[in-house]
Design a protein around this ligand. Sequence first.
Ligand SMILES: [Zn+2]
Length: 247
Amino acid sequence: MLIIKILVLIASLLIGSFLNVVIHRMPRRESLLWPGSHCPQCGTRLTVRDLFPLVSYLVLGGRCRYCRNPISMRYPVVELITAVSFLLIYLEWGAGGQTLAGWIFTGFLITAAFIDIENGIIPDRLTYSGMLAGLVLSMVTIGPKSSLIGLLVYGSFMLATALISRGGMGGGDVKMAAAIGSFLGFPASLLALFLSSLLGGGWAAALLISRKATRKSAIKFGPFLSLGAWLVLVYGQQLIDFYLSLY
Ligand SMILES: [Zn+2]
């Protein structure tokens, strides 16, 4: 029904706007719920009509309504990604527990990716909450056994990579992989590992070729962990079918 899709879209824009608050505040150790959203430049509290940064951004040409200072592109981008990914999940699974669990996982992935892009870290508060949420939500999705194995397998694989690469990969990436494993379970987390390595490796190669990075530069792996995990979550079966059809 169209009306439900529109409601999903509005709800996911609001959730995207909340994720922006979390992305801004969590690395600064600020409270996530109090005070309400405010402009990072002039501090003016935002009102109901500012709740959809994507809309305000387009209307106001990327500036704060009050102080006219430019607003980071990240605000509309996060809202857009949230809206599109939530809608795709709804179209795939409809209304129910699986969709709700998928939305929570997606919110976690978006938050971790953008905190990593801006700060080069993924906070423990976020990754440990992710592991807990993954284990709890597995009761309605993949089952606790698969969730726990996924957490241990993906976590230890990344831990081994971090130890071998000696600083090329951080502890935040390891804990994030463990959290992803708890949501995707086993063996789906292996597919996520494969896909994320492929995407991250491709990106690193592109940076090296275009000389935007050297062999010693550390690349932020969080966004690739997120993207790979999300593709496996929603399109895992299609990806496997496609792969097998090649033979
Ligand atoms: Zn302002």
